[in-house]
Every structure is written in structure tokens, then in C-alpha cells.
Design a protein around this ligand. Structure first.
Ligand code: COA
Length: 565
């Protein structure tokens, strides 16, 4: 079928629906647009048999939905209506939610139902839920709806009694009352606003949006007081405990450029009182006491699992150095298989563009960050005394994909979407991609992936050799499933001979430093050229502005404006 996707941004769900439909042989043009006029144009250009809107904030023009079958993905169960569905669901503490594919109609979210799917709601932030459980459910509902369209199915009207329309959840309703709210309420409030719009709050004499929240059971203090810092996050007391807040964004107010979301201690630099910096516990805390750490190591027999979770998958110079330190420590342990990753959600999206954008000298910070990332990749590439497995639990992009490729095996979850290219940010790329990508998929496919800059599904990644195993499970089961598979790998008969062969191969092969030097010479030129598109694209991406610079098509990060691919 010829299915036109229309979306307000080329976000994770749009990418997932695109790759899943393409994998099934459909022809799928995409129109990324903020307005109805562009939708009309795209429809007349592509003459689609079906229109699907995975994430649309604009209203579909009436002449479009009356002349074409147009399906809207609504992130709520049948009867739920309104622009803040997931926010309300998390705030209300629901444990089950749904996603519905509706026919576009005069009234928003009121059309007939083509398909619906339910999903479990774990205690994670809204954007994590959206990229994972909701995406899985949305894909199955969209695929069912497409089958039903082909089969001539008649969609069902929404039943009157089940309709529940709720308005946008406003900042006034998201307020945290630090003097009254307990940890669970604070966490729900933060999760319901993560990653957008964040929770507006006052702290140290200024206004901020707070992003992300993790429980801390070991610290107490006066409610609202800052208690400690850890790995860029601040810990703030609630009435009955405390929470870690990893990122914040300064409120600049209307008419002023939007500030970047940053690690909290960086955003608060110069304002923070003298607080203890508590080193992250590298091992999971026992006895049910909750705390937060972005890097963790655990062992199960001959398997080591070094997991990490950085907000937005962005890895700053500091993240890369800390992860490298932890990687080196993991390599001193008597394990035969080391799993890198294995947590749900983003594996990595490469260097931290926000920290770079906020730096006094973005070119210098870009350079420091890419070198720190390369040091980490090199450590993985040159590990010869054990099998290293990258376990990608969610999506990965740019240098984050290349980090995964440095391992001996790459596994991903069935719902992962990979973007193995740097196209959206106008970068040549580094992370030894010129060595690892052709090694995995061959020279011709590597060139195609880099030039075309398209997202790739887990299944297609497996087909082309970009990944070696697709773990078919839900996001909540991924960690346990990966650990089980790694244990099987470690106890298999061939593991020691495989390690010996790997060592011999490493001694024979040319050193990979030439790849690093060649890639970095390109990157240096880009970083040092203020007119290079990278700088404008980075600014637009990190400040969520329309990219005024080149390349505003739907393949890369600068695609939040009218665009097509
Ligand atoms: N640096 C800083 N922040 C990043 C980031 C990066 N490399 N990659 C993603 N993020 C942030 C996004 O700004 C977004 O922030 P928000 O929650 O405040 O909105 C969040 O992570 C999630 O990303 P989003 O773009 O909403 O997710 P998506 O699933 O729709 O798209 C990508 C994923 C990876 C395609 C897109 O984020 C992207 O292109 N990232 C940049 C990749 C890159 O060029 N890296 C640098 C070169 S190595």
C-alpha cells in the first residue's frame, strides 16, 4: 500500500511506524510538518491510499480527511481524549493504559476506532514509556488497522459512556509543593512531565524546569532543601525522603531564546551551596533501599553487566570518562562475557549536544567530547580477554550506534530503532565508524547508511548484519533476558576458543588508530569552522528552534520543521 505518514516531528514513534511499515513492503513517504497547508500539498503530491499520523499536533484539514482515509494514533485507550493523555495517566498512577488508532474526524480524538492496544505502565518517565511500551502497542495497533483497511473492515464508533476528555495538563497543576509532597507524589509529578515540559519550580533564587526524578531512600533533610550532588544530579529533600533530579533547564521567559536542558549541577554552577558530592554506588543497592546511579556494574557467574542510562542518551565528556573508568574496572574482573548496556530505553545518542551548546567554547567542548567518546570506543575495540556484547535496549543514534558496534556482538530489542549515521547534525562522524560499520555490513551498505541517513528497524538491522541478535521481548523484560542469554553464551563450549581467536586476530590486524586520526581530522575542520552547518543544526536541536540552516529534511535531528523524505 502507499501510506503517507504525516507528523509534527520525525520523532521516535514516527520513525518506528515508518520502519515497521517499510519492512512489510509498504511504500511510505513521510511529511513532517507543523501545518495543515503542507499536509494538503503532501497528499496531492503522493496520492496515498492511506494516511497515518503517528504524532500530529496540527489539525488535519477537512478536505483531506473527507477525501482520504486518515488514521490518527492517539496515546490513550478508547474514549480518552485530549492533548495530555500520558501525562494524566502517569499522574493518576494508572498501571494499564492504551493506544488507539482513530479515523480523523471533525472533533479531535472523536473518530471511529480502527484498532486499539493495551500496555502496562511501569514506573518510568513519560518519554521512556512513549518510546517503549507505548511504541510497541502503537505499532501493533497501526499494523492491525492497516490490515483492516486492506480487508474492508468497518471501524467502530466510540461508545458514549466511555468518553473522557481532559484538558492539557498545565504547569499550575504540575507544581510540586516541597513542604507537603511525599517522595511518591514528587516522583509521579516529575515522571508525568518528563521529558517535556518538565516541572516549573524555584530553586536557589531562579526559575527552572526540572527533568527526571529518582527516589533516594538514604538521605533526609528539610523539605525542599538540596542535600547532595552526584554525577551531575542534585538530591532534594521531600517530606518523607528525597529525590535525585539529573537535569534542569533555566526558564528564560517569553521572547528570549530557550535555554538548553543540562545536567543539574552544570545549570546551577555558581549558585550551588557547598554540598557533599556522593560517588555513585557502582553496584545495585541491596535490601530494597532505592538510590540513583547512571552507571552500574553487576556480576552473575562468568557474566559482567556494565549498564548505563544517560538522559536522552546523550553522553558528555564526563559521562564518557566515567563510563570508560567503569569499563576498565569491569575488565579487571574474572568474567568471560561482558555486557555493555542492557537497560531499557536509549542506549546512546552520541556526544552531548546540549553540554556542547552551553559551553563557553563549543568547538573545544565538541573536541573534548568526541575524544572522550573515542577513548571509550577504543577500549571496547581493543578488549581481547573476554567477549564483549553491546545490549541495546531501546533506540540508538549516531555515535551511540557506533559505540555499540565496537563490541564483538551487538544485540538489540525487537522494538529498537537505530540511526547509524550523522546526517542530522552535519557531522562526518567518528567513534571508529569507518572501521566498524563496513566490518559489520560491508562497504557498500555502510556508505548507503551514512549517506541516506535513514532509521533502521531491529529486524532490518539483523538482516543487514548491523546487529547479531534481536531479543524479542517487552522493554521491562529486556535486562533479565539479556542476562540469561549472556549466561548461556558464557557457559557455551566455544567461549574460551573464541576469546583465543579474538586475541590472535587482534595481534594480526592493522592498528585502528589510522581510522581515528582520519575521522578526527574531518571533525576538527567542522568544529573549527563557525560557518559549518553543524553549529546551526546543533543550536536548533538543543534549543528546539526551527533549523534555519541547511538539511531540514525528515531524516535527521533538524527535522522539526516542514520537511519530507
Ligand atoms: N545530545 C543532547 N541531547 C540529545 C542528544 C544528544 N546527542 N540526542 C538526543 N537528545 C535529547 C533530545 O534533545 C531530547 O530531549 P528532550 O527530552 O528535552 O526533548 C531527548 O534526548 C530525546 O530525543 P528525541 O529527539 O526527542 O528522541 P527521538 O527518539 O525522537 O529521536 C534521535 C532520537 C537520536 C534521532 C534524535 O534525538 C537525534 O537526532 N539526536 C542527535 C544525534 C546526534 O547527532 N548525535 C551527535 C553526533 S554523535
Amino acid at each position: 500500500m502507499r501510506i503517507l505518514l504525516i507528523a509534527s516531528s520525525f520523532n521516535s514513534l514516527t520513525q518506528r511506524v515508518l520502519v515497521e511499515l517499510r519492512d512489510r513492503g509498504h511504500t511510505v513517504p513521510v511529511q513532517v510538518t507543523p501545518d495543515g497547508a503542507a499536509i494538503r500539498d503532501a497528499v496531492s503530491r503522493h496520492a496515498p491510499e492511506l494516511i497515518v499520523a503517528p504524532m500530529l499536533k496540527a489539525v488535519v484539514p477537512e478536505d483531506v480527511w473527507t477525501a482520504h482515509r486518515c488514521l490518527i494514533v492517539h496515546p490513550g485507550p478508547v474514549g480518552d481524549r485530549g492533548p495530555s493523555s500520558l501525562d494524566w495517566a502517569i499522574r493518576d498512577g494508572v498501571t494499564e493504559w492504551g493506544v488507539t488508532v482513530l479515523q480523523a474526524d471533525e472533533e479531535m480524538d472523536a473518530g471511529d476506532v480502527w484498532a486499539t492496544a493495551a500496555f502496562r505502565v511501569p514506573e518510568v518517565g513519560k518519554s521512556d514509556l512513549y518510546r517503549n511500551e507505548l511504541s510497541d502497542a502503537a505499532v501493533s495497533a497501526v499494523l492491525l488497522a492497516v490490515e483492516r483497511v486492506a480487508a474492508g473492515y468497518t471501524p467502530r464508533p466510540q461508545a458514549g459512556g466511555r468518553i473522557r476528555a481532559r484538558p492539557a495538563l498545565r504547569q499550575e497543576q504540575r507544581r510540586i509543593s516541597w513542604e507537603e509532597d511525599g517522595t511518591e507524589t514528587v516522583l509521579r509529578t516529575l515522571r508525568a512531565a518528563d521529558s517535556q515540559p518538565g516541572v516549573r519550580d524555584e530553586l536557589l533564587g531562579a526559575e527552572w524546569f526540572l527533568h527526571g526524578g529518582h527516589a533516594e531512600d538514604g538521605l533526609r533533610g528539610r523539605p525542599g532543601e538540596l542535600l547532595a550532588t552526584r554525577a551531575g544530579a542534585v538530591c532534594r529533600a521531600t517530606v518523607d525522603g528525597a529525590v535525585w533530579i539529573p537535569e534542569i533547564r533555566a526558564r528564560t521567559g517569553a521572547g528570549r531564546p530557550r535555554a538548553c536542558k543540562l545536567p543539574a549541577t552544570l545549570a546551577l554552577a555558581g549558585r550551588l551551596p557547598d554540598l557533599p558530592e556522593l560517588p555513585p554506588p557502582t553496584r545495585p543497592s541491596g535490601r530494597g533501599r532505592r538510590t540513583w546511579s547512571d552507571i552500574q556494574y553487576r556480576e552473575q557467574g562468568p557474566v559482567g553487566v556494565l549498564s548505563f542510562a544517560f538522559p536522552g542518551g546523550a553522553m558528555s565528556t564526563d559521562h564518557c570518562r566515567r563510563l570508560l573508568h567503569a569499563y576498565r574496572a569491569a575488565c579487571t574482573r574474572p568474567t568471560s562475557v561482558l555486557v555493555l548496556g542492557g537497560r531499557r530505553d536509549f542506549f546512546s545518542n552520541g556526544i552531548h549536544l546540549n553540554v556542547i551548546e552551553a559551553a563557553a567554547d563549543p568547538a573545544a567542548e565538541s573536541w573534548a567530547n568526541i575524544n572522550a567518546m573515542n577513548d571509550l570506543v577504543e577500549a571496547v575495540l581493543t578488549t581481547t580477554d573476554r567477549v564483549v556484547v553491546s545490549a541495546v535496549g531501546g533506540n540508538a543514534a549516531a555515535g551511540g550506534v557506533m559505540l555499540a558496534l565496537a563490541a564483538d556482538e551487538v544485540w538489540c530489542r525487537s522494538g529498537s530503532v537505530l540511526n547509524p549515521h550523522y546526517r542530522g547534525m552535519g557531522l562526518y562522524g567518528s567513534e571508529y565508524w569507518t572501521y566498524t560499520l563496513p566490518r559489520k555490513v560491508g562497504t557498500a551498505m555502510a556508505a548507503r547508511l551514512i549517506e541516506e541517513g535513514r532509521p533502521v528497524s531491529a529486524a532490518a538491522s539483523l538482516g543487514m548484519g548491523l546487529v547479531d541478535r534481536v531479543v524479542d521481548c517487552g522493554p521491562g523484560e529486556y535486562t533479565a533476558e539479556v542476562t540469561r542469554l549472556a549466561a548461556r553464551l558464557a557457559s557455551g563450549p566455544g567461549v574460551q576458543s573464541r576469546i583465543a581467536a579474538k586475541k590472535a586476530e587482534h595481534e594480526r590486524r592493522e592498528p585502528v588508530t589510522a581510522h581515528r586520526e582520519q575521522e578526527l581530522s574531518h571533525m576538527r575542520r567542522i568544529f573549527d569552522d563557525p560557518a559549518a552547518p553543524y553549529h546551526a543544526l546543533r543550536r536548533a536541536f538543543t534549543r528546539k528552534e526551527a533549523a534555519g540552516a541547511p538539511s531540514t529534511d525528515a531524516r535527521g535531528a533538524g527535522a522539526a520543521v516542514t520537511a519530507e523524505c
